[in-house]
Ligand binder design. Structure first.
Ligand SMILES: NC(=O)c1ccc[n+]([C@@H]2O[C@H](COP(=O)([O-])OP(=O)(O)OC[C@H]3O[C@@H](n4cnc5c(N)ncnc54)[C@H](OP(=O)(O)O)[C@@H]3O)[C@@H](O)[C@H]2O)c1
Length: 340
């Protein structure tokens, strides 16, 4: 009853404040929101993008139709003054995320900056908060997952309408080995390459899905695991596909998970004395997590990942993406953290 009453307040064309618009999914989401007819205001850093290399003008060219504002999302005052600016917004969509995944940055961005944004949104009378999260928070073992989960909990408890989108693996995370295979090097696999599986989702399909949460009442007040089209695929299948597309005989190097455990152990120990090594230990833990945990819905009762229970959206497949990259001889921008 409460939600159907709230749904009546869902305007068709919304005024949206988009956070994290300069990220991989943020850019796709900005374009999707505009395509779906919304008015989009983006709060971005003066120097944004991978390595902070691009300025406002370049972003304006990349995101035509969006209104860009320069400010600091981590500063509560700037958020209010430069972002909300005393204006009316129907929704906040956040694709903001730590670029490094280090514990300190994750708590500062994935948790604290989001808490501030939620508070400012509530003060500004925003109706709906759409959050890009990650499917892996369902089994939280890493600092960035705990930080995300802590904000998810705060958002659910806030009373504001929410859509928490937990996608599976992005294409950029599954394209990192194209270059080495092109150069004739073997494809790296953990174990036999079948320890994990995922239903990869393209940036555009995820952007469309996030944007559609505004109008689609089925996405309101829900936590939404989401993958791309087609069956779940393993790392071994990714390798097979790449070799076939490149017309090369398959060659694999199998990395034992125990080797990663040893590296994590050493880095964790040294990290007690040298703080930068503590971060490296966390990055190794992130790598191990993705080497051993599937990006699919976790069935806690059965104690296994369930591909059939993982919803799909969109039309673009990883195989289409591989085919294009192989044909063009290009690769995808992977960002500051290449492990997740
Ligand atoms: N990779 C995967 O396969 C995968 C799968 C599922 C879920 N996820 C989740 O998706 C999220 C990553 O999405 P993505 O790849 O689109 O992220 P991304 O490309 O790394 O973009 C991150 C965005 O957050 C902004 N940001 C980060 N730190 C900031 C700071 N200190 N101040 C202001 N803005 C800041 C960045 O702005 P600047 O441009 O200014 O740096 C950028 O707009 C993560 O939460 C991850 O857990 C990833």
């Amino acid at each position: 009853m409460l939600e159907s009453a709230r749904a009546l307040n869902t305007p068709n064309k919304q005024r949206v404040l988009l956070l994290g618009a300069t990220g991989t999914i943020g850019q796709a989401t900005a374009r999707a929101l505009l395509r779906q007819g919304h008015e989009v205001v983006c709060l971005i850093r003066p120097q944004a993008g991978i390595g902070g290399k691009q300025q406002m003008q370049e972003w304006q060219a990349r995101l035509p139709g969006a209104l860009l504002r320069s400010g600091d999302v981590t500063d509560a005052q700037s958020l209010r003054r430069d972002g909300f600016a005393g204006e009316r917004f129907d929704s906040v969509v956040s694709c903001l995320a730590s670029r490094t995944g280090s514990p300190k940055d994750a708590w500062a961005i994935d948790h604290q900056a989001h808490l501030q944004a939620l508070q400012a949104a509530q003060e500004a009378g925003v109706q709906h908060f759409v959050l890009l999260s990650a499917i892996c928070v369902q089994k939280p073992l890493l600092a960035f997952q705990r930080a995300k989960l802590a904000f998810e909990t705060a958002l659910v408890q806030s009373g504001m309408r929410y859509s928490i989108v937990r996608p599976t693996a992005f294409f950029k995370s599954l394209c990192g080995q194209i270059e080495r295979v092109r150069k004739g090097k073997p494809f790296l696999l953990f174990g036999d390459g079948q320890l994990t599986a995922c239903k990869p989702i393209s940036d555009e399909d995820l952007g469309d899905y996030l944007a559609s949460c505004l109008r689609n009442t089925d996405c309101h007040n829900r936590i939404l695991p989401i993958g791309g089209p087609g069956p779940a695929i393993t790392p071994l299948q990714q390798g097979e596909k790449l070799f076939a597309l490149l017309g090369k005989p398959p060659r694999y190097t199998h990395v034992p998970v125990k080797m990663m455990d040893a590296i994590i152990g050493v880095l964790s120990l040294l990290g007690r004395i040298i703080p930068t090594l503590a971060d490296k230990a966390e990055f190794a833990r992130i790598g191990r997590y993705y080497a051993t945990e599937s990006m699919l819905v976790w069935d806690a009762q059965a104690g296994r990942y369930d591909a059939d229970a993982t919803p799909s959206t969109g039309t673009r497949t990883l195989w289409d993406c591989y085919a294009t990259l192989v044909l063009e001889g290009t690769s995808l921008e992977r960002g500051d953290h290449a492990v997740f």
